[in-house]
Design a protein around this ligand. Structure first.
Ligand SMILES: Cc1ncc(COP(=O)(O)O)c(C=O)c1O
Length: 437
């Protein structure tokens, strides 16, 4: 493969930026080491242009799930441009934050109050601080991924590698104070007995979890967690940073009829503009006044402007239904294509955040090959597909027409007629988060 401007810039980036990028999931090594275009000059709808002006359809992670209304949505961008013209910052606060708080309370009727931040990890840290202040207890039980902060990584200071099933195996908590040991206890999704045992043995004040990630609740799991929290006076927090606004207008918890005491939203709430929110019951949220939670750029105006407009557009077009329909189509077509080539794959995730894996010892080689070959056809593809409203049938059909030939070759590799290692033009991609939820 020819090295383009982006590939060369990434080599430089690695000498200037530890890890090359600020987000693990965007590292070129996660897609196509050495050959990923890496940087964009322009993005619109579900298309991205690299630094050499080459156009791609994004059939992969769509900015890691930030843009369910597509890149550069006109309505959202125009609202932001108006804010830029009027002024983004001042000594006064922006009224949009109050309007947005009101809207989020309307969307989450059990909640009374809201705090804003700009990233999901920040919102998670805020929620934990408030919950600890409200409960008066330090210990937290968690299930899922909740960001990079000390409170979360502290789980890896317990015996062994407690986060290994939840985050990256071998995730190192270097730099996280060791005296945070035994403050965070991970539990596996759908394993109520494990949670019960953690709560019984430790003085847990908070349970924080993703409501659904790769598979849904079984045996009334969510309601059992809610009942346990009620019995023990535990603050129950649902982390909807990624699941929010993908299956309902709000949290995915709405599908299951179980309400938390606090919830966080992030990712797509501002359609690519930075905004995250912590919503909660008054009795819990008021504990924010008993501690110190404050930051300059949580007061800027672009985030709340973008979120207000994004929510308006989402509600108008019922975007969660649109992206769920698109995701369902993708999942079915992956299964059909795989079976037509005699390949075994496992499809998982809610439809709007679909993913699949090859059931083969050479799964990572095949994944890399998919990315390599689809890139040549002008398509960004991995084994994840995060849907946006701009993914048309035409995009989907073009993707599957190209994927057909790729699967055909993979099938020959599976049958020993070809050797995948000889087909790869660079190193195999790195594996992502391993999750138990
Ligand atoms: C459920 C959940 N919580 C928190 C985060 C962290 O958000 P951010 O990367 O914006 O800090 C993520 C990000 O993937 C997430 O999926």
């Amino acid at each position: 493969m020819n090295q383009g401007t982006g590939q060369k810039l990434y080599q430089k980036a690695k000498t200037l930026i530890p890890g090359g990028t600020m987000l693990l999931s965007k590292r070129p090594e996660m897609f196509l080491p050495d050959n990923w275009p890496s940087y964009f000059s322009k993005a619109k709808g579900c298309k991205v242009w690299d630094l050499d002006g080459k156009e791609y359809i994004d059939m992969s992670i769509m900015g890691i799930g930030t843009n369910t209304l597509g890149y550069g949505n006109d309505e959202v961008d125009n609202a932001v441009i108006e804010t830029v013209k009027k002024g983004n910052m001042s000594t006064f606060s922006c009224p949009e934050e109050v309007m947005l708080a009101e809207k989020l309370v309307e969307i989450n009727p059990w909640a009374d109050m809201v705090r804003f931040a700009r990233s999901g990890g920040e919102a998670n840290s805020i929620a934990i601080r408030i919950a600890r202040a409200a409960s008066g207890k330090d210990k937290v039980a968690i299930c899922g991924y909740h960001g990079w902060h000390d409170w979360y990584l502290a789980a890896n200071h317990n015996e062994g590698d407690e986060l290994s099933g939840h985050l990256l195996p071998g995730l190192s908590p270097n730099g996280v104070p060791k005296n945070l040991k035994d403050t965070v206890y991970p539990f596996n999704y759908n394993n109520y007995e494990e949670l019960l045992s953690i709560v019984t043995k430790n003085d847990i004040g908070t349970i924080k979890m993703e409501v659904v990630r790769n598979f849904g609740p079984e045996d009334n799991f969510l309601q059992k967690v809610r009942d346990l929290a009620n019995q023990k006076n535990i603050v129950l927090i649902f982390d909807e940073c990624t699941s929010g606004f993908r299956e309902t207008f709000g949290g995915i918890y709405k599908k299951f009829g179980v309400e938390p005491d606090m919830a966080m939203y992030g990712k797509t709430i501002g359609n690519g503009y930075a905004l995250s929110a912590v919503v909660g019951k008054k009795a819990v949220m008021e504990a924010a006044q008993k501690t110190f939670i404050s930051s300059t750029f949580w007061t800027e105006r672009i985030g709340p402007t973008a979120a207000l407009k994004t929510l308006e557009v989402m509600e108008k077009m019922k975007s969660w239904e649109v992206i769920t329909g698109i995701g369902e189509k993708m999942q079915q077509k992956w299964k059909d294509l795989a079976s037509s080539h005699g390949l075994s794959i496992s499809v998982s995730g809610i439809p709007a955040l679909s993913t699949y894996s090859f059931n083969s010892e050479q799964a990572m080689e095949y994944k890399t090959y998919v990315t390599q070959e689809m890139l040549k056809k002008g398509i960004l593809a991995s084994t994840h597909f995060y849907a946006c409203t701009e993914h048309s049938d035409e995009n989907i059909n073009r993707y599957f027409n190209e994927l057909d030939a790729v699967y055909n070759t993979i099938s020959k590799c599976e049958n020993g007629k070809m050797n995948i290692k000889e087909l790869l033009e660079g190193p195999v991609c790195h594996s992502g988060f391993k999750r138990l939820n």
